[in-house]
Design a binder for this molecule. Structure first.
Ligand code: PLP
Length: 379
């Protein structure tokens, strides 16, 4: 089977982790965190990072952002319904109201015109996701948030090593996050994520929330005599073992990104005739970090047939997000009558093709040939 994805790791990473741990897996997490921050800030896109906190997942980072906003029940959060449940869960837990806005059909990101139409006096934050690490309209969203004085957050879970104007996605909003889950371009050993705090006003709160809701960090910096419970928080830091995994993986980030971009571009070029013949649409524009290459079939039935044909031929292609407003939880939250035309249409027709560093040129050519065959023979 040609798998859709394989997490990146190699023997040298594993050996180095073992050597560094030297038989003792219980390193001081705070010291190791500093080492990781320094190494991370050496990556070109992340040199301007003010505060980065390495956590056990992007989900945790989103929950910290939501808590740090100190939301009230009447506050509204604008987000896409074409996203992972974590983007929504984080805000539902605070009691604030979700306002799902439709995506635009080119990049599958929040449609800025529809965002503007959805803004009310209660809108507290807008959170885009930069689908597949590419968001050509992001500048317009930044401008919009400034004009209306609304906090911009970024769920940049897909975006490790990709950005906008030489600065990583996640560094533009008041807060942002990356995911290092094993399904992403690089992983910290299975789970992991980081929180960027770009607006200084939120950093102290975020530090408390990450550290069980206590001012433990202020204590360790000698600012207070003892640390105490200050607010609702949790244990959200990345474990020392995960930090080691990430530290040892960072030197490979550029090579991983380049390999994925090469695969991405080859798909785009090879499938161009099918796009021209209007048999399908596919990822457009620049490759971002090569996280996702998708094709959009003309109908859901066609998508099902292509997916099955690929499966029979040993190729794993994946659908993606189920629209959140149409989910059972979406129903419970009262979205049963909501209509998001593009989101609903895209979700049923989208297929992600295999993309990872172990995908050989020969296997990619097999995938492309099968796809071209499917369109001449079957559909
Ligand atoms: C847009 C988005 N947000 C959040 C997450 C959750 O990331 P994590 O698994 O690191 O919690 C994902 C995971 O795929 C995602 O795609």
């Amino acid at each position: 089977m040609i798998e859709y994805h394989k997490p990146y790791w190699n023997q040298k990473i594993m050996k180095n982790i073992g050597d560094q741990l030297n038989g003792n897996p219980y390193e001081n997490p705070y010291e190791l965190h500093e080492t990781l921050v320094e190494a991370f800030k050496k990556l070109p896109l992340y040199q301007s990072v003010k505060h980065v906190h390495f956590l056990n997942s992007a989900t945790s980072a989103l929950e910290v952002m939501a808590l740090a906003l100190k939301l009230k029940p009447e506050d509204e959060i604008i987000l896409p319904a074409f996203t992972h449940v974590s983007t929504a869960n984080a805000f539902v837990r605070t009691g604030a109201k979700l306002k799902f806005v439709d995506i635009e059909p080119q990049s599958l990101n929040l449609d800025v015109r529809k965002v503007e139409a959805a803004i009310t006096d209660q809108t507290r934050a807008i959170i885009p996701i930069h689908y597949a690490s590419i968001n050509p309209e992001f500048k317009a969203l930044i401008d919009l948030s400034k004009v209306y004085g609304i906090t911009l957050l970024e769920d940049a879970s897909h975006c490790m090593n990709s950005g906008h104007q030489n600065k990583g996605y996640g560094l533009y909003g008041a807060m942002g996050c990356l995911s290092f889950h094993q399904t992403k371009n690089i992983t910290s050993g299975g789970h992991g994520g980081c929180l960027f705090v770009n607006d200084e006003r939120f950093n102290e709160d975020c530090l408390e929330i990450i550290n069980h809701g206590t001012n433990r960090v202020a204590f360790s910096e000698g600012k207070v005599k003892n640390y105490q419970w200050q607010q609702v928080g949790s244990e959200l830091m990345m474990s020392p073992y995960q930090m080691r995994f990430l530290l040892e993986t960072l030197p490979y980030v550029d090579a991983i990104t380049e390999r994925r971009k090469t695969i991405w571009k080859r798909y785009q070029e090879a499938l161009a005739p099918l796009v021209k013949a209007e048999r399908l649409k596919c990822s457009t524009g620049e490759s971002g970090n090569g996280h996702i290459f998708y094709i959009l079939l003309n109908t859901e039935a066609e998508k099902n047939r292509v997916m099955e044909k690929l499966r029979i031929n040993g190729i794993q292609a994946m659908t993606h997000y189920e629209p959140l407003h149409k989910s059972p939880m979406g129903n419970k939250l009262g979205f049963q009558r909501s209509k998001l035309e593009i989101t609903e249409s895209v979700a049923g027709r989208l297929l992600r093709l295999p993309i990872h560093t172990e995908l050989s040129d020969a296997d990619q050519m097999r995938i492309i040939e099968h796809l071209l065959d499917i369109f001449t023979e079957v559909l």
